[in-house]
Design a protein around this ligand. Structure first.
Ligand code: FAD
Length: 411
């Protein structure tokens, strides 16, 4: 149980996944919590995330789970160790939200959506006395250490509290409220934002026109010694999907260094080159090329990709076709814009925080969620980090304010 915090006031600024967790813990500990957001309603990104199935966490072993994060802030991993997938699932069950583990090991609410979770959570926050102040944008701190807010008609309001948790999110999908503008009020503390878990633009060949919207099921994407398996979607500009999203950090680095990046697609990772070659060679050579390929199990989109990428003179060379299917080289020219990204890197640097998520330059102000500078793939890792960091930040804030009070009272 968090330490008792009767009489203490707390501001939670940013009411997404992380802010709700912080508001919950602080109010349960007895703080008078004001939860602030500049949008007219809370947790818009969480609701949006629920549209395709809210993947809250992952069921893989914790050590493997932790390896998914790229961060230079070890307290984030410590926070996930103490409030990780298992604790999160228990937390959701306590809220009345049942969960299940999908075939890929991902964990979802049984309804798949975020709205029942949000409804139950808001009801609990109401019983715990959380006061909402929506439509108020955080504009940094004033000279007295208070927090400066502006409402939708431009009026200013300064608020002071014993505790403040900032949970302002990243900078992707700005229309949901996460515009990253907050970083202008603490520029020294922040690394620039960059898109993560995002589609890539590639040099389009004619197959792209014919197969726009087609799924490339269970591929392997390779880049610079890294590899990711999963589904891809051929979009109007290039590729989207979990397998390419997970490689965002490597792609970002390659693009920054050389201006372009080459990926290799293994369209048939389930089969070795030798097995694929045997399948092709088992087809009678007298039938048409398309028929041979079709009978060997190639789909129309794969045939067209081979035709695009292999010299016509080599189409009848089965070994060359196999080499093309196992390592289709695509030139990536750019990541899609930050506004379209599922998440971002950048935000509050590790060096700006103490080991308890508190800003070194603003004692008493703690940060949580996607506003922290870390990277993780899709698969429930993003929400788990948001919730775990908020859990840790709220506990640290309670302990810090208790210490301050004891100091003031000379205990
Ligand atoms: C389409 C999509 C699907 C996703 N699906 C998943 C998924 O299935 N699983 C998963 O793990 N993750 C998913 N994510 C990522 C996940 O939603 C985020 O990682 C998570 O919401 C981050 O929580 P947060 O509380 O840190 O930030 P947010 O949820 O972004 O909340 C930040 C809050 O701060 C408010 N705010 C910002 N600036 C100010 C300001 N200046 N003043 C006042 N308020 C401000 C915003 O309005 C917002 O309410 C998805 C994201 C997207 C876009």
């Amino acid at each position: 149980m968090p330490p008792s915090a009767s009489e203490r006031s707390a501001l939670v600024i940013g009411c997404g996944a992380a802010g709700l967790m912080a508001a919950d813990l602080l109010s349960r500990a007895g703080c008078r919590v004001t939860a602030i957001d500049h949008m007219p309603s809370a947790a818009r990104k969480l609701l949006r995330a629920g549209i395709g199935g809210l993947n809250v966490t992952h069921s893989e072993p914790l050590e493997r789970f932790l390896e998914r994060y790229q961060t230079d802030y070890p307290p984030l991993l410590t926070a996930i160790r103490s409030f990780g997938p298992q604790q999160l699932i228990e937390f959701l069950h306590e809220l009345g939200v049942d969960t299940f583990v999908g075939s890929s090991g991902r964990v979802f609410p049984s309804t798949m959506k975020a709205s029942p979770l949000l409804r139950a959570w808001k009801a609990r926050l109401a019983t715990q006395g959380v006061n909402w102040l929506l439509g108020h944008r955080w504009l940094g701190r004033n000279e007295q250490g208070g927090h400066r807010l502006q409402n939708t008609v431009g009026q200013h309001l300064d608020l002071h509290a014993d505790i403040c948790i900032l949970a302002l999110g990243g900078a992707s999908w700005p229309r949901l409220g996460t515009d990253g503008h907050w970083s202008a009020h603490m520029p020294q503390a922040c690394a620039p934002f960059a898109a993560s878990n995002v589609g890539v633009e590639i040099e389009l060949t004619s197959s792209w026109q014919h197969h726009r919207g087609a799924a490339l099921k269970d591929c392997r994407v390779n880049i610079a010694g890294l590899s990711q398996r999963g589904d891809l979607l051929m979009s109007t500009y290039g590729l989207e999907g979990g397998a390419i999203y997970a490689l965002s950090p490597a792609l970002r680095q390659a693009l920054a260094e050389t201006g372009s990046a080459t990926i290799e697609l293994d369209l048939r990772p389930q089969l070795s080159s030798a097995d694929l070659l045997r399948k092709l060679q088992a087809q009678a050579s007298k039938t048409s090329l398309s028929n041979r390929w079709r009978k060997a199990g190639l789909r129309a989109v794969e045939m067209d990709l081979v035709r695009d990428h292999l010299d016509r003179a080599l189409w009848k060379d089965d070994a060359q076709v196999v080499a093309c299917l196992k390592a289709l080289r695509l030139q990536v020219s750019a990541l899609r814009p930050l506004a379209e990204a599922i998440s971002c890197s950048g935000g509050v640097r590790a060096s700006s925080l103490d080991e308890n998520f508190m800003l070194k330059s603003w004692p008493g102000v703690f940060c949580a969620g996607e506003m922290l500078n870390f990277d993780a793939p899709t698969g429930g890792y993003l929400l788990t980090a948001a919730w775990a960091s908020a859990h840790a930040a709220a506990h640290a804030a309670l302990a810090w304010s208790a210490q301050m009070r004891a100091g003031r009272e000379g205990l």
